[in-house]
Design a protein around this ligand. Sequence first.
Ligand SMILES: [Zn+2]
Length: 686
Amino acid sequence: MSEFPPINAKLPVIWYGADYNPDQWLDRPDILAEDIRLMKEAGCNVLSVGIFAWSRLEPKEGVYCFDWLDRIFDSFEANGLYINLATPSAAYPLWLAEKHPEIVRVDAHRRRLRGRTRDNYCWTSPAYRKEVGRMDAELARRYAHRQNLVLWHVGNEYGGECHCELCQNAFRNYLKNRYNDSLDAVNKAWWTSFSSHLFTDWSQIESPSPVGESSIHGLNLDWRRFVTWQACQFIENELNSIRLFSANVPTTTNLTLGPDLDPYKIGSLFDVTSWDSYPTYHSPVGNIEVAEHQALLSDLTRAIKPNRPFLLMESTPSITHSQWAKLKRPGMHQVASLLMTALGSDSVMHFQWRKGRGGLEKFHGAIIGHDGDSRPRTFQEVKALGKTLQGLSDVVGSLVQPQAAVVFDWENRWALEDARCLTGSRSYWFDFVHPHHKAFFELGVATDVISQDMPVDSYKLISAPVLYLVKPGVAEKLKKFVRNGGTLILTFWSGIVDDSDLCYLGGAPGPLRELAGIWVEEIDTLYREDTNALRPCSGNALHLVGSFPVKTYCEVIHAEGAEVLAAYESDYYAGLPALTVNKYGKGKVYYLAANADAAFLNPFYARIALEAQIPFAVDGILPPGLIAKRRHANGTDFLFLLNFEHEPKSFDFGSERWIKLESHEVLSGTHSIPPYGAFVLKKVSS
Ligand SMILES: [Zn+2]
């Protein structure tokens, strides 16, 4: 009944498990045996093994110690447990760094780091690529045909950058290729006439540095592109090495979605996308806000590989070691995990199975603590969630199929960081993208989160907040999308620079000006304490009424064919347009000139989604704190109702009849969803 086959046909259920580090407990066979018993009790079916285990797999050069991993495969197989086998490239053994000192990263200050094995290797070093390829191939040759191998976990949380001489030379070669061997083209693209920066020899070009050059924005942007490109080359080497012996087992890597590497490019290299989610629930910002952050990053991870599920690869059952966060209150782990499933994840995986006795992560939340006991609340909640997920096998392979998308683009993110006074301490994703995505999230409108490079033809509605950097061809793609009937939402501070971070001439929003039907004369950047307001014009087509606060950014714009829907209330630009709509072909472009909050964005997006005939997860208004999401599979609808608050929420199914997947109870009419409770339902066909 699925629309996409299971990630691996050997395991056609929701995958449930954790990172497992038996390599830290090899002198405790009693604990390894107890692990198996407890994994079965918790309802686990797959564990990620070997992520940082190189020094246990090869303690000396060429001396392989696979016996312990063989025993793990054997004992798992005997107990019906599956393995997501990691390559150990994220942490090299010390003997390897002693033999090849050049594999160790050099930081932006040009200091070669010392002693640290984890996340500390050079992307470029031929020696490290060769050694990683050798180890990956050895693992693939030995384990590819094991009955219980279901996935390759390649690397771990790829990230960071290296500024060594190997990387500097590779960067120069990357630039020669990008600019057709023309240093003149580099100088033009980077505007190096600024402050006497003309490059007269390729050797003068270096990566950005706090003790060197950081004021050439085109250089900064190309460096970050290069780092992602070089990481992709590194990863391709890993994938090719695995596929020498294991062509049929799918691959993934656990994305962190941090700013350093472009996740759209990294994730697209793999068969399945996955990410690590570490929310801070019960914080003052509110659970819905936190849940929406997780949803945004899940919508992104899923959209990298359209029309297939993704995997939640890591989550904590209690706390993390790296941030101050309360313990998840009773029930929160279940509803937070089911949110990931609702958004298209076919797994709930944890970090970590068992707390180690020492090292960085000894206090990071785990299913098994230092007491080794199954009685604590954490274990019992994990066990209950395992039972719930066992009832959700029908959901496996079902799809989210959004008709709306929000653009969250990494090259735009990098360029915005350099806009200095016009971004300040504000974060592209937190201050600009997130409020727009949150409006969709709370409305129950499914969204993909996409880069500006990705296809848009499958959507009816696209929101592209603060699309500051517009790459060649993007404006034309968006024009075609709107001309064919799509609805596009643009905001202030869009169409400002090209893909070299050079400002467009001829007036903002640059290549989007004709599409938006407006001209931006100037942008006012308010202090944090300041507010203005936008007031919808009477009789506006969206039927918006009232006064809505705006803050931080207010563009002074003029309509050039667009219809004015709302105007500023105060300051010298009072009465000038703050919201416009431009009819273009069969579609429409809305331009929001000021930074509005949820008070405006929620009704704004609700009206636009209705107008664009975008489906909502449920009819009617959801009570605050209750989230609704849907997945679909070959004519079957699944509905997730998730209560993120500490009070029960009432929901009226009306005359529709839904089956609770876990209990097979048939629901219609009004029901109460308990605090931190979740209903996962399948629609009864009428
Ligand atoms: Zn390097």
